[in-house]
Design a protein around this ligand. Structure first.
Ligand SMILES: [Zn+2]
Ligand SMILES: [Zn+2]
Length: 218
């Protein structure tokens, strides 16, 4: 069946264009790993742990970034997942990747898109990534976006970006059960980190004990 399907809808590598898979083996091998940073100050940190001096009650405990977003091929993959002509790509990218052992029993919470944007695309890429990451892990849509924000990239300075996202998230009904738990916030990309820090604050205010971040690229 797969064969027939592949014949009618052949797969092409989103990086090099070769036929056979959405991400060919060679290009997958070539995706460079991200440098791990502290999610609070975005400076290098071992294992992505939040620096002791950066730690805040309403902040993140750490961040795990998988691929290096400065790399062209990584960008192509992230874009292709975001604009999603093929849902299998997220799975292909993450084959063989595993969460650190101590985080494997944690609840995944995807960073939500605004409803308008999700409807337009038909899915949320953060949720898609989460589903492929933790097949045995619980995924809870614990957050909602309470208002639309300007596209982050178009909002110039760091201060403006933080202002733009402030109060943009709320706790979803599904998130009410997260109090006292440890969660992993999942997103596709971490750049300035304002979105993730804002989401973490919302969860912690709701009683979540520990918040880790996990992104496909940084
Ligand atoms: Zn390729
Ligand atoms: Zn730091």
């Amino acid at each position: 069946m797969d064969f027939v399907f592949d014949f009618i809808f052949p797969k092409f590598c989103v990086v090099c264009g070769r036929e056979g898979a959405f991400l060919c083996r060679k290009c997958k091998k070539g995706l460079p790993a991200a440098l791990q940073v502290c999610p609070m100050c975005t400076r290098p940190s071992i294992y992505g742990l939040t620096h002791e001096y950066c730690w805040k009650k309403l902040g993140l405990e750490g961040l795990i970034a998988i691929f290096d977003y400065k790399n062209k091929a990584v960008r192509k993959v992230v874009e292709a997942i975001k604009f999603g002509f093929n849902r299998d790509l997220a799975g292909e990218v993450l084959v063989g990747w595993e969460l650190p052992k101590k985080l494997r029993k944690t609840i995944l919470v995807p960073v939500p898109l605004h409803r308008w944007r999700e409807n337009w695309r038909g899915f949320n890429q953060a949720e898609l990534i989460g589903k492929h990451l933790g097949k045995k892990m619980a995924l809870v849509r614990g957050l909602t976006r309470t208002r639309a924000t300007n596209q982050q990239a178009r909002t110039a300075t760091r201060g403006m970006r933080a202002e733009n996202i402030k109060g943009a998230f709320g706790l979803a009904r599904e998130g009410e059960g997260l109090s006292g738990k440890r969660v992993i916030l999942v997103d596709d990309v971490f750049t300035s980190g304002v979105t993730m820090r804002e989401c973490a604050g919302t969860l912690k205010k709701a009683g979540v004990k520990q918040v880790w971040g996990l992104v496909l690229a940084r």
